[in-house]
Design a protein around this ligand. Structure first.
Ligand SMILES: [Cu+2]
Length: 144
């Protein structure tokens, strides 16, 4: 019954290509930077309500020359970052991208990383599918 309802809704809306997104993206934000800096970190909550893990192999944005997946870690009292090949959101779980943890690094930004700017990005999954998201840049004072 629920299945029929979803299919009927889908037909009614006429959104033939708009399959349900693989992930729910919440609380997406990034750190606004001074005009001279071309790099910032992006954070978000990625929730996977499906029964299969979702693996993000790459992220793209016209606002960033390159996007990388990073993991921050502390070594001898110094915060460092290592690159991750991909991000895996386990089935029925939420992956938190947050300060001092996993984040998406925007390198060689092609626009000023000012407060209130929005970075549009596309997450590319190993399945071949992709999904868009918007990341709002916040001033340091707005970051808890
Ligand atoms: Cu980083």
């Amino acid at each position: 019954m629920k299945y029929c309802f979803l299919v009927c809704l889908w037909l009614l809306c006429g959104l033939a290509q708009a399959a349900e997104p693989l992930l729910q993206i919440n609380e997406a934000w990034g750190r606004a930077m001074p005009p001279t800096l071309k790099v910032t970190a992006l954070y978000m909550q990625l929730s996977n309500s499906s029964a299969e893990p979702v693996v993000i192999k790459q992220a793209n944005s016209s606002s960033c020359g390159m996007l990388q997946f990073h993991q921050s870690f502390e070594e001898e009292g110094i915060m460092r970052m290592r690159m991750l090949d991909n991000l895996t959101v386990p089935a029925q779980e939420t992956l938190s991208l947050q300060p001092n943890g996993i984040h998406i690094m925007c390198l060689n930004a092609t626009m000023p990383l000012t407060e209130g700017s929005v970075i549009e990005l596309t997450l590319q999954f190993v399945s071949g599918e992709s999904q868009g998201g918007s990341v709002l840049l916040l001033a340091p004072s707005a970051i808890k």
